[in-house]
Design a protein around this ligand. Structure first.
Ligand SMILES: Nc1ncnc2c1ncn2[C@@H]1O[C@H](COP(=O)(O)OS(=O)(=O)O)[C@@H](OP(=O)(O)O)[C@H]1O
Ligand SMILES: [Mg+2]
Ligand SMILES: [Mg+2]
Ligand SMILES: [Mg+2]
Length: 337
């Protein structure tokens, strides 16, 4: 019997994401105070974001040296005298997850291997070393997200969610979930503490009255007043589940919520491919449909951003159409785009 497609990539991605997730957990328990810097776009970045990107890029490079990587972070703020204090901490942390230690030079090289421009041809990895950095800093949800994209199609995704309860019904129980998906092979959940993978699928609710929807904690990332109006129109009565990061996608994929709305807050923001690659495949392999607010599939072939899409709407395949109709009614009441 031949091995399943992308078996080697799957194994490497699992090991890389799990190792990076544990590095992030170590950072959180040790610090975090005073270890944050802010990029020009005002988004926070911590020593954990850099260390996780260095660790994952190193694993990828060791196993698939020809594969380019589209990673969120770059080493600009770690360079020179100014960057020294942060660089030294990142080096120590990254090396805590690696068998062969990096030097300052190879650390910078590893991080900057994530600067690929993306595009429609060939293989590439998309990496968000910490998605939901704000959630990470608050001690809430964040996710380490890695995806393999081939010719513009997401083929594989692995997501580490260190703070996500293994069982939604036991919020104080064990935390730390790994989600794994390969196109055509389904979606799976594993606990950090166990090797057993369990298939997951979305819940097929009978009526939207029973549905719950997920959205960002940050109102600057998704328009929460529009989503409240859409929920009302759909007859959704439960309050929104506000959660940081791509944990929203895994929450849908394992059946804990039915709809994910990410509604543009301004006309110029382009969603980043690393913010959606892993999560969108998880949801579609678990029985859902992921599109933009117009019902158009997300197009990962346009470079580092989803330049031709606007927002995100994810829902069970049976109700996705209805959700898009409501989104359009609320966002474009005159039928004009
Ligand atoms: N204006 C705007 N609109 C939409 N999205 C934006 C915007 N600005 C930032 N970002 C990206 O949001 C990523 C965090 O995702 P979430 O909003 O789901 O989580 S959170 O509520 O911010 O914690 C966050 O990812 P990380 O930087 O990896 O945390 C950003 O890439
Ligand atoms: Mg960021
Ligand atoms: Mg992100
Ligand atoms: Mg990030």
């Amino acid at each position: 019997m031949s091995a399943l497609k992308f078996a080697a990539e799957r194994a490497v991605a699992i090991h890389a994401v799990l190792t990076a997730s544990k590095v992030c957990q170590r950072v959180f328990t040790k610090l975090v105070n005073g270890e944050t810097i802010t990029k020009k776009d005002k988004s926070p970045v911590t020593i954990a974001d850099f260390s996780a990107q260095a660790v994952i890029n190193t694993f990828l490079h060791n196993s698939f040296p020809a594969d380019p990587i589209v990673g969120e972070e770059d080493s600009k703020d770690l360079r020179g005298e100014e960057g020294r204090p942060m660089r030294e901490k990142v080096l120590e942390l990254a090396n805590s997850g690696l068998d062969s230690p990096l030097t300052e030079e190879t650390l910078i090289e590893a991080i900057d291997r994530g600067m690929y421009a993306g595009g429609a041809h060939g293989r590439m990895w998309a990496l968000d070393p910490i998605d939901g950095t704000k959630g990470f800093l608050r001690g809430e949800q964040f996710a380490v997200c890695l995806a393999l994209i081939v010719d513009g199609q997401v083929e594989l995704g692995v997501m580490g969610c260190p703070n996500l309860p293994v069982d939604v019904k036991d919020q104080n129980g064990e935390k730390g979930c790994l989600f794994i998906t390969v196109k055509g092979q389904g979606a799976f959940q594993r606990n950090f503490s166990s090797l057993t993978e369990t298939p997951i699928s979305m819940s097929a609710i009978q009526s939207l009255n029973d549905a719950s929807f997920c959205e960002s904690v940050e109102s600057g990332h998704s328009n929460q007043s529009d989503s409240a109006r859409i929920a009302h129109l759909l007859g959704i009565t439960k309050p929104p589940v506000r959660m940081d990061s791509q944990c929203k996608y895994s929450t849908l994929a394992r059946g804990d919520a039915e709809v994910y709305l990410r509604l543009p807050v301004n006309a110029t923001y382009e969603e980043k491919i690393w913010d959606h690659a892993t999560g969108s495949l998880l949801v579609s392999e678990a029985g859902g449909i992921v599109s933009d607010i117009h019902g158009k599939p997300l197009d990962f072939s346009k470079g580092r951003t989803l330049a031709t899409n606007s927002g995100v709407v994810a829902a069970h395949a049976k109700i996705h159409n209805k959700v898009i109709e409501a989104v359009q009614k609320v966002l474009f009441p005159d039928g004009k785009l």
